[in-house]
Design a protein around this ligand. Structure first.
Ligand SMILES: Nc1nc2c(ncn2[C@@H]2O[C@H](COP(=O)(O)OP(=O)(O)O)[C@@H](O)[C@H]2O)c(=O)[nH]1
Ligand SMILES: [Mg+2]
Ligand SMILES: [Zn+2]
Length: 345
């Protein structure tokens, strides 16, 4: 057994994990083997090489245990926001991430400049996306809503559409703009923070899920979340969501635990903002417009882009009014690569 000189904490850790370790050759008594109790938690924020992990006894600042770093695969992010982890607590406020649970779902993108398939996990374990729009102020652009829906569909995330500020238009006014989406089968929620409408339904839809909250700036995302978590005090009327200005340290998404249910989390928008549409294969785009899906296989050409080809079942459905002309227009624009400034939030 080589002589072991404790140098730092990490070395100690490794030494403790070595079952054959006989202890430092010194007169000091052998330190007692620590009994490691781990705590379950959820990663809520990534800060460089550290992570904030929400546990039952609060948020702890954690680093990743050396042993876990060695197990790192090149295929995917080792630890991501949204991961369910086990941590070994250190003191009252810190800990080490000891293991990461298998992910049920991911929001990810391919790592640029990589020659092997490697994904950057922007968010682990998302359950759904809540796309918030306003019935008025700002003027709703359904073209932009269609883009959010494409992002949700291409990531296989169920989407819920929340139309806020119905106090400004009335329910009928809001439905005249967004009714089409109800027909497509998306769950719709009409709300008004000012009048306290729709908040109970929203509460029920979010409970015990991890929801990505997204939508243009000014539609009332922060106001809605404050209404469900009055202690949170997100700034209303500011462009940056969920965070104060001048915080650049956070990478990717940030989770906030809402004070109901056992595991209710919302993720802020940077996660989805980073997912451009540039990665979507034009040949698959129609699959992300839910109403086009049933027609795609009836096109004469299997590689039909539904733009000019003869005997295109999608265009025929548009002509018959079975697919809304506005939605088809959105499809063409996304296909065309039109940049709709999703990042101007
Ligand atoms: N009339 C009306 N205004 C609202 C409502 N919800 C939020 N607002 C206002 O809309 C503005 C933007 O809200 P905010 O929550 O910051 O939007 P965010 O950018 O999506 O987070 C603020 O001035 C809010 O007071 C609503 O239900 N009705
Ligand atoms: Mg906001
Ligand atoms: Zn076609």
């Amino acid at each position: 057994m080589p002589r072991y000189t404790p140098i730092d904490y990490d070395a100690y850790d490794e030494a403790y994990e070595d079952d054959n370790f006989e202890g430092p050759v010194s007169s000091k008594p052998k330190p007692k083997k620590r009994v490691e109790t781990t705590l379950p938690g959820v990663v809520v924020r990534a800060l460089g090489h550290h992570y904030e992990v929400e546990t039952d006894d609060g948020i702890r600042l954690c680093r990743v245990r050396g042993r876990l770093l060695q197990e790192r695969s090149r295929e995917s992010t080792l630890v991501a926001v949204g991961d369910r982890v086990e941590i070994v607590p250190e003191g009252k406020k810190k800990g080490q991430i000891d293991s990461v649970d298998e992910r049920d779902s991911v929001l990810s993108r391919q790592r640029p400049g990589s020659n092997r398939p490697a994904e950057d996990v922007i968010l682990a374990n998302p359950d759904q996306v809540l796309i918030v729009f306003a019935a008025a102020e700002p003027e709703p652009h359904t073209r932009m809503l269609d883009r959010f829906l494409v992002i949700a569909e291409s990531n296989e995330l169920p989407a819920i559409i929340c139309v806020n500020k119905i106090d400004l238009t009335g329910l009928d006014g809001a439905k005249s703009i967004f009714g089409e989406y109800e027909k497509l089968g998306y769950p719709m929620l009409y709300a008004s923070v000012t009048e306290g409408r729709g908040l109970d339904e929203l509460h029920a839809l979010l409970e015990d899920r991890l929801t990505v909250v997204s939508g243009p700036s000014g539609v009332g995302k922060s106001a809605l979340i404050n209404a469900l978590h009055p202690g949170l005090n997100l700034r209303v009327g500011e462009v940056r969501d969920f965070e104060g200005k001048g915080q650049h340290t956070t990478r990717g998404a940030h989770l906030i635990r809402l004070p109901f249910g056992k595991e209710t989390f919302i993720a802020d928008t940077p996660g989805i903002r980073e997912l451009g549409l540039y990665e979507i294969d034009p040949g698959s785009l129609a699959f992300y417009f839910v109403e086009m899906k049933p027609f795609i296989h009836d096109c004469r050409f299997p590689n039909c882009t539904h733009t000019h080809e003869p005997e295109c079942a999608v265009r025929a459905a548009v002509a018959r009014g079975e697919i809304a002309a506005e939605r088809y227009e959105s499809y063409l624009r996304v296909l065309d690569g039109e940049d709709l400034q999703l990042d101007e939030w």
